[in-house]
Design a protein around this ligand. Structure first.
Ligand code: BES
Ligand code: ZN
Ligand code: ZN
Length: 506
C-alpha cells in the first residue's frame, strides 16, 4: 500500500495539518518542539514517569490545538538512525490504531544523524512500519485500506530540506525491494513454487526496461551442467526446479568512457538460498520444525528484492544474482542418506542428512558463481538452526574469507539497521566435513558449532574469491513483531544491507 511521504521546513509554530505529531526527547528536552507546547508536554511526561529511554513512547493529548496528540519518542543518550526508524514506525502504528490520518515527525538539527540519514531512517520507519501482509485476511485488508494514512510528513530545519528529501527518495527505493522480499517470504509454499519464483523474476526483468537480464535453467539444463548437488535436493519433489541467473550491468551513464578504460568495473555475485519448502526430505523434520519452512527461500527473496530496485540506483557495479530454487521433499524418488553426488565444481559430497540441503544447493550456485570471475560473492541463506541458537532470532551471522569484504558488509548492515555479527571460520573444524568415502559430507561429525561447519562446507566451493556468507535463519522471519519496524512474518532482511553495500561502490 502506498503511503505518501513529504518533507517540510520547520517553522516556529506546530505544523497545523498534523493530527499526530511525533517528537524526540531525551527525558529533559523535547527536540524541535516550540516552547509554548513543550513545557506543557514535559510536565505531562514527568507526571506519567516517562524517562526518555530509547524505544520508550508516550502519546500526550494536546487540548484545544489542531495537533491532537504529541507522540513522544525517547532517544536515550543520543538520537540515532535506529531511534528515528523505530520511533516513526511506532507513531505510524499509533495513528492507524487511533484512526488518525495525518502524522508529522519533527527532527531537529543533529550532528549525530546527517540529514540524508535522517531522511532515510524516517522513510524506512514510516514505510516498513506501515507494512502488513493482508493477502489472506480480507477483513484485515479492508481495515488497513480504511485506516490507511493520508500522509506522513518529515519536518526538518530549512537547511536540511534538500538532503533529507534525497534521503527519503533513496529509502523509498530500498523499502520497495524489502517489501517485495517480505511478500515473497510470507507467501505459502504451494503458492510460491520454484516456477512462481521464476515468474516474479520475469516481472522484475519486464519492469526494468532492459536493465536486468535473466537466464533460467530447468532440471535437464542443470543436469547437463553437472549440478548434482542441487538436483539431489530437487529430486524428491514433484515441482520442477529452476536455476535463476539475473544480471544487471552499468551503462555508459554510470561509467563514463574514460573511466571504463582505466578501471575494471567491480562484479558482485549475490546468491540466495531458494528452498521454497524444506520438509527435511527423508531426514524428515518434526511437525513443529516444518511449520515455518516456507521461509527457506528468504535468501532468494532478498536477492529478488535487490534486483527489483537496483536499476533505479544506477550504480557503477555489475551485479549477478544466482538462485538454485527447488523444494526439499521426501518421496520414492528422493535422495537417500548415504547417497553421493558430484557438484559442478567436481567435488563429491556424501549426503548423510537430507535436511542439510541448503549447503548442497549453494555448493552448485557457488560453483557457477566462480565461473563468472567476480570480485566478490555474497550469499544469503536461512542455513542453520545453530545460527539461531548462537545469535538469537534478530541477528544474522556473517562468515567471510576476506576481512575487507566482511568489514564492508558489516558497515552496510549497521547503516541499514540490520544486525549482523561476525562468526569465525574455524580452520580446525574443517576436518569435520571431510568424508571417508567422498570429498566432503554435508553434515558435521560433531554436534556443536553447526553454523560454523555449514559455512566451512560452503567455503570449499569458493576458492580464493572474496566471499561472505550471511546465515539469516533467525532474522528473516519474525514469529511476533520484533520492533515497530519489523512486524510479524517475513522481514525482508538483507535487502537494505545489500543495497547499502552495493552503494559503497559509487
Ligand atoms: N532451513 C533449515 C535451517 C533453518 C532452521 C532455517 C530454522 C530457519 C529456521 C536448514 O535446511 C536445516 O534444516 N538445517 C539443519 C542442518 C542440520 C541437519 C545439520 C539444522 O539447522 O538443523
Ligand atoms: Zn533443511
Ligand atoms: Zn533449509
Amino acid at each position: 500500500m502506498l503511503l505518501p511521504l513529504r518533507v517540510r521546513p520547520l517553522v516556529r509554530d506546530l505544523p497545523a495539518a498534523a493530527e499526530v505529531m511525533a517528537a524526540f526527547t531525551d527525558g529533559r528536552r523535547l527536540f524541535a518542539v516550540p516552547e509554548s507546547v513543550s513545557l506543557e508536554v514535559q510536565d505531562h511526561l514527568t507526571r506519567v514517569g516517562f524517562k526518555g529511554e530509547a524505544g520508550e513512547t508516550h502519546a500526550v493529548p494536546l487540548a484545544g490545538r489542531p495537533v491532537r496528540v504529541l507522540f513522544a519518542v525517547g532517544t536515550g543518550k543520543k538520537l540515532t538512525s535506529d531511534t528515528i526508524r523505530r520511533g516513526v514506525a511506532a507513531a505510524v502504528q499509533y495513528a492507524k490504531q487511533e484512526g488518525r490520518r495525518l502524522v508529522a515527525v519533527l527532527i531537529p538539527e543533529q550532528a549525530e544523524v546527517a540529514p540524508v540519514e535522517a531522511g532515510r531512517a524516517f522513510a524506512e520507519g514510516a514505510l516498513l512500519g506501515n507494512y502488513r501482509f493482508t493477502a489472506y485476511k480480507p477483513e484485515l485488508a479492508k481495515r488497513e485500506r480504511e485506516r490507511s494514512l493520508a500522509r506522513v510528513e518529515l519536518v526538518v530545519p530549512r537547511g536540511s530540506l534538500r538532503r533529507s528529501t534525497e534521503g527519503v527518495r533513496r529509502a523509498t527505493v530500498d523499502v520497495a525491494g524489502t517489501i517485495l522480499a517480505r511478500d515473497l517470504v510470507n507467501e505459502p509454499s504451494s503458492r510460491l513454487t520454484p516456477e512462481v519464483l521464476v515468474v516474479h523474476a520475469r516481472k522484475i526483468v519486464a519492469a526494468s526496461r532492459g536493465a536486468v537480464d535473466l537466464t533460467v535453467w530447468n532440471r535437464k539444463e542443470c543436469e547437463a551442467r553437472g549440478m548434482g548437488a542441487f538436483l539431489a535436493v530437487a529430486r524428491g519433489s514433484a515441482e520442477e526446479p529452476a536455476f535463476l541467473h539475473l544480471t544487471t550491468r552499468p551503462g555508459e551513464r554510470e561509467i563514463p568512457k574514460a573511466q571504463a578504460k582505466t578501471t575494471a568495473v567491480p562484479r558482485v555475485v549475490l546468491i540466495g538460498k531458494g528452498i521454497t519448502f524444506d520438509s527435511g526430505g527423508l531426514s524428515l523434520k518434526s511437525a513443529d520444525g516444518m511449520e515455518t519452512m516456507k521461509i527457506d527461500m528468504a535468501g532468494a527473496a532478498a536477492v529478488l528484492g535487490v534486483f527489483a530496485v537496483l536499476p533505479k540506483l544506477r550504480l557503477p557495479v555489475e551485479v549477478h544474482g544466482l538462485i538454485a530454487a527447488c523444494e526439499n521433499m521426501p518421496s520414492g524418488t528422493a535422495t537417500k542418506p548415504g547417497d553421493i553426488v558430484r557438484t559442478v565444481s567436481g567435488k563429491t559430497v556424501e549426503i548423510l542428512n537430507t535436511d542439510a540441503e541448503g549447503r548442497l544447493t549453494l555448493a552448485d550456485a557457488l560453483g557457477v558463481a566462480r565461473t563468472l570471475k567476480p570480485t566478490a560473492i555474497i550469499d544469503l541463506a536461512t542455513l542453520t538452526g545453530a545460527c539461531v541458537v548462537s545469535l538469537g532470532e534478530e541477528v544474522a551471522g556473517i562468515f567471510s574469507n576476506d576481512d575487507q569484504l566482511a568489514r564492508a558488509v558489516l558497515a552496510a548492515a549497521d547503516a541499514a539497521g540490520e544486525p549482523v555479527w561476525r562468526l569465525p571460520l574455524v580452520a580446525d573444524y574443517r576436518s569435520q566435513v571431510k568424508s571417508e568415502i567422498a570429498d566432503l559430507k554435508n553434515v558435521s561429525t560433531k554436534r556443536w558449532g553447526g553454523a560454523i561447519t555449514a559455512a566451512l562446507f560452503l567455503r570449499e566451493f569458493v576458492g580464493e574469491i572474496p566471499w561472505a556468507h550471511l546465515d539469516i535463519a533467525g532474522p528473516s522471519y519474525a514469529e511476533k513483531q520484533h520492533n515497530p519496524v519489523i512486524p510479524a512474518g517475513g522481514t525482508g532482511f538483507g535487502v537494505r544491507t545489500l543495497l547499502r553495500y552495493l552503494e559503497s561502490f559509487v
